[in-house]
Design a protein around this ligand. Structure first.
Ligand code: ADP
Length: 612
């Protein structure tokens, strides 16, 4: 019957309205009774008392007219007596018809009897007065009538007293009824309030109990317990709500299963990819703790994944060069930090790894860790070494014949062996040109191989940047003046010293200045500047020349790389920048280029500051 929540709430209201009605009706009944008692008290007894008083008044008038008649004998006294008698009967009848108290009837009958006797005595008095005179009448009055008068008045007073007593006891009765009514209404009200409160609370709790259950279920879902099902057996709106809630949690579970499944699948895929990479890969968190490493890492670095997990990188791979590179990559703003070739010894062999550090970010772009990929370039390195050694040997072999060729060319050109015709002159110019190029190549190759083989023999000393750069500029000042190029340095003498091999660093700077001169025109500027920051000195060679296309900015540091190919490529061996790069790397520095076509280029490199 009471299926809906609305009807259940209406039931509680109905119950409260009924209890209020019970209290109201009982109050009305009690007040009605009380009013009735007060009415009885006021009207009936008061009427009897008033009638008795009036009877006494009429009787006293009659008594006075009797005495008047004795002394005067006038008819007017008899008339007045009769009038008072009528008045007496009038009040007597009122009282006789208003008998309310026990014994009142007896008293009223007695008054009637006494009064009839009293009236007859007045007739006798009249005869005595007429026949025997005033003295006999006075005597008769004193002996007969006065005692009758007193007796009658005493009876009437008894009626007054009876009604007065009844009135007082009526007042007490009314007081008791009022008190009873107060008790009844009070008790009823308290009972109704308590029962009403208890019942309505019980009903409200009973009806709302499913809501509390639902609330707890919702809380549990919020805390992540999606398996929560609300067991509410109710046909009302709360029951419907619980049904919808259960459907919703079921859908959430399905959704979570599919999302979780997908996530796990994606994660497994990523792990499988990392594990299958043939080069070593180590994944670190933001505290440099190992969170994943692949099989190749275990084999190469002789580490066990289970032992390595959650340990600091340095505990797992005791290689500070790799660690420093990772820390630098972490601190750098670049997403994919520039790779660095690092030599690592394993199994008494030297391996070369191109170490690539890539940051891992979450959806909110916060860094969550880094992936360190060690690309094994040992073979390439060995090939390169063999190539350099080969070139170096060839270059050595070239050096002596080249010197002879150059000397021979010089002798022929200077007409020491007879004069040349124009065609012979052209041929000898070309031979000289090519020999110079070959000499330059041989010199560069020899310089490079010297750097490679002598890297351990670099002689590091605290040096003044100002001193090195100033000395380099001096070597180019004439060429710059001839080309009308403004070559200058804005380096202060007061800058802190750097830790460098003076000669090798000069080679590197010379290469940069020489390039800048090659790719600038009359009126351009070449400026060399230096700025210390942290533990490093940043040295830049800036020119306002032709600039370098974006795609060549990294390439040009590789051997034999030049901007353009064939006839479009500039003169030169393409080795200068790779020599500079190698020198800077041996100084534990880095070199890079920023450039804009037709605006100029800036080559910057870092070298460590000398310890104070
Ligand atoms: P080289 O020893 O022949 O000068 P480098 O390795 O020094 O070769 O330079 C490689 C190439 O980089 C050059 O051939 C040139 O194309 C480009 N390059 C180097 N420096 C500059 C520069 N300051 N402005 C424009 N291009 C440059």
């Amino acid at each position: 019957m009471f299926k809906s929540l609305k009807s259940k709430i209406s039931l509680i209201y109905l119950f409260l309205v009924c209890t209020i009605a019970v209290v109201g009706i009982s109050s009305v009944i009690n007040f009605y009774k009380l009013t009735k008692s007060i009415n009885g008290l006021m009207v009936d007894n008061y009427k009897s008392i008033s009638a008795s008083n009036k009877m006494v008044e009429a009787l006293e008038d009659q008594n006075r007219y009797e005495q008047e008649y004795i002394y005067t004998g006038n008819q007017s006294s008899i008339d007045n007596y009769i009038q008072s008698s009528n008045s007496f009967y009038k009040w007597y009848n009122i009282e006789a018809n208003n008998l309310t108290e026990v014994g009142e009837k007896g008293l009223v009958d007695k008054i009637n009897e006494y009064y009839l006797n009293y009236e007859s005595e007045f007739s006798k008095l009249q005869n005595i007065r007429n026949n025997s005179g005033e003295a006999a009448a006075t005597q008769y009055y004193k002996t007969n009538m006065l005692p009758s008068f007193n007796a009658l008045r005493a009876e009437i007073n008894k009626v007054t007293t009876l009604n007065e007593d009844a009135m007082f006891s009526g007042k007490d009765r009314v007081m008791i009824s009022a008190r009873d009514a107060m008790y009844i209404i009070g008790t009823l009200s308290i009972t109704v309030i308590l029962v009403g409160f208890a019942l309505s609370t019980a009903l409200t709790n009973k009806f709302l109990e499913p809501l509390f259950v639902l609330k707890e279920n919702i809380k549990a879902v919020k805390a992540g317990n999606l398996k929560q099902q609300a067991s509410i057996q109710s046909d009302d709106e709360i029951g419907e709500l619980a049904d919808e809630f259960n459907k919703m949690t079921s859908r959430l579970i399905e959704f979570e299963k599919s999302t979780k499944g997908m996530l796990i699948e994606e994660r497994n895929k990523s792990i499988a990819i990392i594990k299958s990479i043939s080069d070593p890969v180590i994944v670190l968190d933001t505290y440099y703790r190992v969170i994943l490493l692949n099989h190749a890492s275990e084999v190469f670095f002789k580490i066990n994944e289970d032992d390595a997990l959650n340990k600091h990188f340095l505990e797992v791979m005791k290689n500070s060069e790799v660690y420093d590179h990772i820390v630098e990559a972490f601190a750098s703003v670049e997403e994919k930090y520039r790779p660095k070739i690092i030599s690592i010894h394993a199994d008494d062999k030297e391996f070369f790894f191109d170490t690539i550090v890539t940051k891992v970010r979450d959806e909110a772009s916060n860094i969550k860790g880094v992936v360190v990929l060690f690309q094994n370039v040992t073979k390439l390195k060995k090939l390169e070494k063999a190539k350099t050694e080969f070139l170096s040997t060839i270059s050595h072999e070239f050096k002596t014949p080249l010197t002879s060729i150059m000397m021979g060319v010089s002798l022929i050109k200077n007409d020491m062996l007879g004069s040349l015709n124009e065609k012979q002159q052209d041929i000898i110019d070309t031979i000289e040109d090519d020999s110079e190029k070959l000499t330059s190549l041989v010199n560069d190759v020899l310089q490079l191989s010297k750097i490679e083989s002598d890297s351990a023999l670099f002689d590091f000393h605290p040096c003044s940047v100002y001193g090195i750069v100033d000395n380099c500029i001096k070597g180019f000042i004439d060429i710059a003046e001839n080309k009308e190029i403004n070559l200058s340095s804005d380096i202060s003498e007061k800058l802190p010293k750097i830790m460098a091999d003076y000669e090798k660093l000069s080679w590197a700077i010379n290469n940069l200045i020489s390039n800048a001169l090659k790719f600038t025109n009359a009126g351009d500027y070449i400026t060399i500047s230096a700025k210390p920051s942290g533990t490093l000195m940043y040295i830049s060679v800036t020119d306002t020349g032709i600039g370098i296309p974006e795609e060549y900015k990294d390439k040009i540091f590789e051997k034999f790389e030049k901007v353009g190919t064939g006839d479009n490529a500039p003169n030169g061996t393409g080795l200068g920048l790779s020599i500079s790069k190698r020198i800077i790397e041996i100084h534990k520095g880095q070199i890079w280029c920023e450039s804009k076509l037709d605006e100029g280029s800036t080559f910057t490199f870092t070298v460590p500051l000398a310890d104070k």
